[in-house]
Design a protein around this ligand. Structure first.
Ligand code: ADP
Length: 645
């Protein structure tokens, strides 16, 4: 899986995980809190309704008693009550004797009923006792649009029994379809016989109370409803008048009277708190739909999911941004690395940011550059090695050829009758000797280089006068230099400087540098050797007025096998190891060599050696540092053997 996909999926997973976790925690917490709140609210509401109903009950009883008193006083003001059995009045299907108060017939006495209704707001009825029934003859109670005249209370009714027993009655009464808090008093004739009854009442559940209960809302869809113990729905926002006794939950409520319940009704899961008002036989039930509770937690979950989707979108944008700013540079770098590993060292990463990837990219570029340089150097080194071997072979072959040809010539001369003069023999001899020196120089250099490389070369350091050594070796070359039509001058700022050097190696260094100066100068040029004592170091300069060295070549000439001119187009003999050997020998003296040169004007090689001393050797190990004149001439011959011009 790529880093980009990893980053993207991590973000998606993180956001979805945290959204789901947050949503479910918030949802369940809010659900619990809401169901608690709704539970508490339903309980409060049912208790509140109970209180209202209870107060109303007390008030209604008071009012019924007052209203009944008022109604009877008004009625009594007409005169004494009496029944005229001779008159037959038709009230609905009943033929009834006429009932009087004074001269006023109480059958269909609208004016009186209306007055009572106007003053008290109560329902009011006058009953005639006939055929063991109390028959309603005047009333403002309506039944299907008509006044409910002719309806009766028979001996099965408690009201009837109390009235016929000359007692008043107060209580709740079903009148037509409604329940009333009502009061009844008997009407007596002059003989104190019960001849009728007067009743007033107020509806238990009037429009105002209905409106109040109807307004109650629990959650979004919760409400209050009222049952009686027969399962009749006394009040309900929708199904008032129905009977629910067949439902288990209704039976449970009726049985338990007070408590809480969860049930399913009309495909809704509900929770309810209920309480019982005994006086009216009312079960006041406040109920809430579970959907309300769920819907609010659903709202929270939906909101969280919406926020989650938004955050997811933003997260993906950020992940894409990050992958473009982090992963893309990594991918670019990766593709560069692949190309490099395939061998293309010309590739450079283009990532230039200042972050870690940028640092990596720059390090990578440096590494590639270094590798390229190393590769090029190795290639060049290999070419140089090949050149060196052909060079050395050439260097070996040239003097050998000359020696061989000269000996052949000598042999021919000896065998022929031709007379050999001593001058010629001397010339042949010199040629053979010169080329032997040349071979010797080459072999010596090769041996020394090999020794230095393998760490076997050791300096024989002696405390000697460096001025004397440099001056002697310079002066010993004067004859030779002059014979090559060059001039050589020695100069110094001191006559004596004792310091630790290997005299033999100093001579090798000097002869090599002077030999080069002769090789790369023209006749009449001047070579100047200058020794300068600077106290802590001594500088030896070998300056010539020769061909000079191009600036770009100056740093390479001290490296092994390097020559300014390649084998095939060079003007001078040499193996390209002279300066490398000098460099190593100077370094072994803890010094260094440098060059100042200008093409066409000349070169100056400066050897700088620190002026240290070595402890004096024991007497028996004293080395003789005096070198004989013959030795010097011999060495000059060897070191200068590759100078021909
Ligand atoms: P070689 O045996 O070829 O002389 P060196 O190591 O002594 O090898 O010199 C390396 C190269 O440095 C020479 O081939 C020459 O091109 C250049 N060089 C050395 N000394 C001088 C000088 N005095 N003037 C100009 N070029 C020089």
């Amino acid at each position: 899986m790529s880093i980009k996909s990893k980053l993207l999926w991590s973000y998606i997973f993180l956001i979805i995980f945290s959204t789901v976790l947050l949503g479910s925690i918030l949802g369940s917490k809010s659900q619990t809190a809401l169901s608690k709140e709704i539970g508490a609210k339903t309980e409060q509401i049912s208790t509140l309704i109970l209180d209202i109903v209870s107060v109303r009950n007390d008030l209604l009883f008071d009012k019924v008693s007052t209203d009944l008193k008022y109604a009877s006083e008004i009625l009594e003001s007409y005169g004494d009550y009496r029944v005229d059995y001779n008159q037959k009045i038709t009230v609905k299907e009943n033929q009834l004797p006429n009932l009087y108060a004074g001269e006023e017939s109480l059958i269909n006495i609208d004016e009186y009923i209306k007055k009572i209704e106007d003053v008290t707001g109560a329902v009011c009825s006058i009953f005639v006792l006939d055929s063991n029934k109390l028959i309603r003859v005047s009333t403002n109670i309506k039944n299907n649009g008509d006044y409910a005249l002719g309806t009766c209370l028979d001996s099965s009714s408690e009201i009837y029994n109390r009235i016929t027993n000359k007692l008043s009655y107060y209580g709740k009464t079903p009148i037509e379809d409604s329940w009333y808090i009502s009061g009844y008093i008997p009407l007596f004739d002059e003989n104190n016989n019960v001849i009728g009854a007067l009743g007033v009442g107020h509806e238990q559940l009037n429009d105002y109370l209905e409106e109040v209960i109807n307004k109650i809302q629990i959650g979004n869809t919760g409400y209050v409803y009222i049952l009686n113990s027969a399962g009749d729905v006394i009040f309900h926002p929708k199904i008032k008048g129905k009977n629910l006794i067949s439902y288990d939950f209704a039976q449970d409520i009726i049985q338990r009277k007070t408590g809480s319940i969860e049930y399913e009704f009309q495909s809704f899961w509900k929770m309810a708190k209920f309480t019982y008002f005994k006086e009216w036989d009312w079960y006041i039930i406040s109920t809430a739909n579970y959907d309300d509770i769920h819907s609010s937690s659903k709202t929270i979950i939906y909101t969280t999911i919406s926020i989650g989707i938004f955050v997811l979108f933003v997260g993906i944008m950020i992940a894409l941004f990050l992958s473009n700013t982090i992963v893309k540079p990594i991918m670019d770098l990766k593709s560069c690395m692949e190309k490099v590993s395939e061998g293309n060292l010309d590739i450079q990463s283009k990532v230039e940011s200042t972050d870690e990837v940028g640092v990596l990219s720059r390090s990578f570029n440096t590494l590639v550059k270094e590798n390229k340089k190393l590769l090029e150097e190795t290639r060049e080194y290999n070419i140089l090695k090949v050149e060196f071997f052909s060079n050395v072979s050439h260097e070996l072959k040239t003097p050998l050829n000359i020696i061989f040809t000269t000996t052949q010539l000598l042999e021919y001369k000896f065998n022929s009758d031709e007379e050999l003069n001593p001058q010629k023999i001397n010339s042949y001899h010199n040629t053979i000797k010169q080329n032997c020196y040349r071979l010797l120089k080459l072999v010596n250099n090769l041996i020394d280089i090999t020794k230095i490389d393998s760490g076997y070369f050791e300096l024989n350091l002696l405390n000697v006068n460096i001025v004397e050594i440099v001056e002697d070796i310079t002066l010993s070359t004067v004859n030779y230099v002059n014979s090559k039509s060059r001039n050589i001058i020695f100069d110094t700022n001191t006559e004596e400087k004792i310091m630790a050097v290997d005299p033999e190696m100093m001579e090798r260094i000097m002869l090599n540098l002077i030999s080069n100066a002769i090789k790369f100068t023209k006749p009449n040029d001047t070579i100047t050797v200058t020794l300068t004592d600077l106290g802590h170091v001594v500088k030896i300069s070998i300056k010539d007025t020769g061909i000079g060295i191009a600036p770009e070549k100056q740093s390479v000439i001290f490296k092994r096998f390097r020559q300014v001119d390649r084998l095939l187009n060079r003007n001078h003999e040499g193996s390209g190891i002279g300066l490398s050997l000098v460099n190593s020998l100077v370094a072994m003296h803890e010094g260094y060599i440098s060059v100042n040169s200008e093409l066409g004007k000349g070169s100056e090689f400066i050897v700088t050696i620190p002026t240290s001393l070595v402890p004096k050797p024991n007497d028996n190990s004293i080395v003789d540092d005096t070198i004989s004149h013959e030795d010097k001439v011999e060495k000059i011959h060897i070191e200068f053997s590759d100078i021909y011009s």
